[in-house]
Design a binder for this molecule. Sequence first.
Ligand SMILES: Nc1nc2c(c(=O)[nH]1)N[C@H]1C(S)=C(S)[C@@H](COP(=O)(O)O)O[C@H]1N2
Ligand SMILES: [Mo]
Length: 252
Amino acid sequence: MNSISRRRLITGGIAATAGVAGLTAAARMARRYGLIAPDCKGVYGPGEELTYAVQRILTAGAPVRQFPRSMISKKPFANYVDPPTEAFKRLEAGGFKDWRLTIDGMVARPATLTLADVKSLGTQSEITEVACEEGWSYIAEWIGTPLVSVLREVGMLPQARYVVYSSFQRGVWDSIDMGDALDPHTLLTWGMNDGDLPVGFGGPLRIRLPRQLGYKSLKYIWHLTATDSLKNFGKGLGSAEPEFGYAWYAGI
Ligand SMILES: Nc1nc2c(c(=O)[nH]1)N[C@H]1C(S)=C(S)[C@@H](COP(=O)(O)O)O[C@H]1N2
Ligand SMILES: [Mo]
């Protein structure tokens, strides 16, 4: 089921069970707790807000679905994408020794880290599923450094409400709220199934958000920005996706 029909179902389901009065109450609660998706004024307006709020309330603290090693997909499907840019190829030829992750915005100590620096902040491995909004999925072991460890290292300020992350692929960026940014399961991955993370799967550095659809797990991450508002990023919708009808929040 694609995310749009799933969203309709969820919103419809809530509306049917809760009735209009319940819906209004839920919307009021969403606003009160700041559970308002940055793209909620888009095409899918109020539904977006409710899906995000209801999922956030229902899934707070819920376990991430992990799988046994025996279920790792033998032939995971890499949805190959750019960037085979010259700059990227040069970095790859150098074994990504010159790859840098820049962290700025609402942090006490902005930093530019090498992959070795990132790895030195901690290693975690999780066997989770990448689920594409188009219906296919695969399971892999993802090895990386918890994003929260990197945010701690640079002293993220308490006012920060979102982390914006950008791909080396031109124009590709997204953002997450603190629920996901501070979640110990959100990883900056550099390994997959016991090896280095292949370029096809987003190497040298890919963010993995096991509680959201695959399109939030961007490949080739090179820039993180902590911010209290998404207004000044792109069209202010939290990522490029809502411009094409994809939800900013893609919880699964
Ligand atoms: N930089 C970048 N990251 C991306 C994409 C992309 O086009 N560019 N596609 C996303 C989508 S839609 C999905 S479903 C997953 C697919 O992951 P895979 O290639 O490991 O199968 O990557 C996501 N990450
Ligand atoms: Mo996707």
